[in-house]
Design a protein. Structure first.
Length: 116
């Protein structure tokens, strides 16, 4: 099983496998056709309150990570995502943030791998 992360604004590639959009809000300026997502699992994204608090300010990332993982432990959408992982050998978590490594997708990827 392979879990990757990729910005929705980057070109889709067959190697991405099953593409899951993990943002609660549809990405600005991207049509559903051009996003090439197989599933939009908006419920797995951070809560609106957490997303607004974080605001992608890098100095808040460690606290964001802690809070988001706490949300994930009580989120039924995690099991839905684990189902996609068991059904598809390659899964790409697609997101709209500018910085890949301080995105919720990076936290989610690590969480699924057991290092979250």
């Amino acid at each position: 099983m392979s879990v990757r992360i990729k910005r929705v604004y980057d070109e889709a590639d067959p190697a991405d496998g099953f593409r899951v959009l993990v943002d609660r809000i549809w990405p600005r300026g991207v049509s559903k056709e051009n996003a090439h997502v197989d599933e939009w699992l908006k419920e797995i994204g951070p809560s609106t309150e957490l997303r607004k608090w974080y605001g992608h300010e890098k100095e808040r990332f460690d606290e964001f990570r802690t809070r988001y993982i706490a949300e994930l432990t009580h989120n039924d959408a995690v099991e839905q995502l684990r189902g996609y992982l068991s059904e598809h050998p390659d899964v790409t978590l697609v997101f709209s943030a500018h910085d890949s490594e301080t995105s919720q997708a990076a936290v989610l990827r690590d969480y699924l791998a057991g290092s979250g």
